[in-house]
Design a protein around this ligand. Structure first.
Ligand code: FAD
Length: 384
């Protein structure tokens, strides 16, 4: 067993943040996803020295498009990424939806959205955090907590001390399951299933308005800034029992989105997708948990609240968690800051869950869009 050197700081007075001032403490963030990396930036702004520890040998550079809103941009700016956001190219925006007849469902107050490449956002966050502050191949398997700090234990036998541990380790968070026994993730009650891919497709893809179709199916295709295409198909109420490949199952859902035999771009794009490029997920979620923290351990992002992706904002909300945590830690000592963060987050997610439920239960395409619009306006206007 090796103890990872933590710098002189944890045991002595010489812990520093990058501007040379003395750090308020040392934090370990478990997980280098979008939320873990955002948390590192936010905690650094609060005066902490931050070390990010990622289980995988490399930071995930895959994934498809990510829907972002004004809320996402505001939160990224608030953790200090504003001046660098132009490095992520602006991509096609959408504000309207269609029904299967092709009619536009214009609910008037739908906030504009954009789609960015996850990989680009992740790369920008890594660069802002600094690779020297991130270690890969470090799987957190346990932690112990005492009055003076925490010890994080890794799968390879190493251990490391710090003042604070943030579990940003995603849907199946080890930190959450240790902190809140019985909080295992489970498949979404709505039977939500998602198929998606990115591919090179040079043909015309139309206006990119998402379609809200029959049998609780939704789908869209968007052009990303690098010229590639991102498509996504999703359906509630899927009970499994698939007989086809992921691409065939996706094609079967396309039929729920389009009346009549005329040309439908999404069908063409799915047909043009190489079979092995189709990502296919049965949606899993985290149950509502009664606590997000102890005195020195705290959760953020999917680790605390992975929800069905039909709200199109899990990452955005996780970045908000990161920012709120940093705000609270800049205003108070660790234990009271975590108290205040938990109170704020539990109340916030109670409302997010209500919106998510209402959307999933929408009886018609237009009511789905109205509820989505209501949710996004609420999200854009209510971050603490
Ligand atoms: C199909 C789908 C579509 C979505 N679309 C959108 C969208 O359009 N807009 C949006 O805002 N959100 C969307 N989301 C939600 C969004 O993807 C997530 O909310 C977000 O990526 C969560 O980020 P995270 O950093 O919390 O978790 P993750 O991205 O899961 O990152 C967790 C990290 O922790 C690491 N890790 C795990 N265990 C350990 C361990 N024990 N020790 C160390 N490291 C560990 C993992 O390897 C990973 O790198 C979508 C989700 C899905 C499934």
């Amino acid at each position: 067993m090796t103890e990872i050197p933590t710098g002189p700081g944890h045991r002595g007075p010489k812990l520093h943040v990058s501007n040379g001032t003395r750090a308020r403490g040392r934090a370990i963030v478990a997980g280098a996803g979008i939320v873990g990396l955002s948390t590192a930036l936010s905690l650094r702004r609060a005066g902490f020295e931050v070390a990010v520890r990622e289980r995988e040998p490399q930071i995930r550079q895959t994934g498809a498009g990510l829907g972002v809103w004004q809320h996402t941009i505001t939160e990224l700016e608030r953790i200090g990424l504003g001046p660098r956001l132009s490095e992520i190219k602006a991509e096609q925006s959408f504000q309207r939806f269609r029904d299967p007849s092709g009619a536009v469902l214009d609910v008037g107050d739908m906030p504009p959205g954009r789609v960015m490449h996850r990989r680009q956002l992740s790369a920008l966050l890594v660069s802002a955090v600094g690779e020297e502050n991130i270690r890969t191949g470090k799987e957190v398997v346990d932690y112990t907590e005492d009055e003076a700090g925490i010890t994080v234990h890794y799968a390879d036998g190493d251990q490391e001390r710090a003042d604070l541990l943030v579990g940003a380790d995603g849907l199946n968070s080890r930190v959450r399951r240790r902190l809140v026994p019985g909080s295992e993730s489970h498949y979404d009650e709505e039977g939500h299933h998602v198929w998606r891919a990115i591919l090179q497709f040079d043909g015309d893809i139309g206006d990119g308005y998402p379609t809200i179709g029959y049998h609780r199916t939704r789908g869209t295709v968007t052009r990303l800034a690098d010229g590639s295409c991102f498509w996504v198909l999703a359906q509630f109420g899927v009970t499994g029992g698939f007989t086809g490949s992921p691409r065939q199952e996706a094609l079967a859902r396309v039929e729920n989105l389009h009346d009549g035999p005329s040309r439908f771009v999404l069908r063409e794009v799915v047909l043009a997708t190489p079979e092995d490029s189709v990502l296919d997920n049965r949606v899993a979620v985290v149950p509502e948990i009664p606590r997000w923290k102890s005195n020195r351990i705290v959760l953020a992002g999917d680790a605390a609240h992975a929800m069905s992706p039909h709200i199109g904002s899990g990452a955005s909300l996780g970045i908000e968690d990161a920012r709120v945590l940093g705000d609270r830690l800049s205003q108070a000592d660790i234990a009271p800051a975590l108290d205040s963060y938990q109170t704020d987050r539990i109340a916030r997610y109670r409302q997010v869950r209500q919106h998510a439920k209402a959307m999933a239960a929408a009886p018609t395409p237009v009511s789905y869009v109205e509820r989505f619009s209501r949710y996004l306006n609420w999200l854009n206007n209510t971050a603490a």
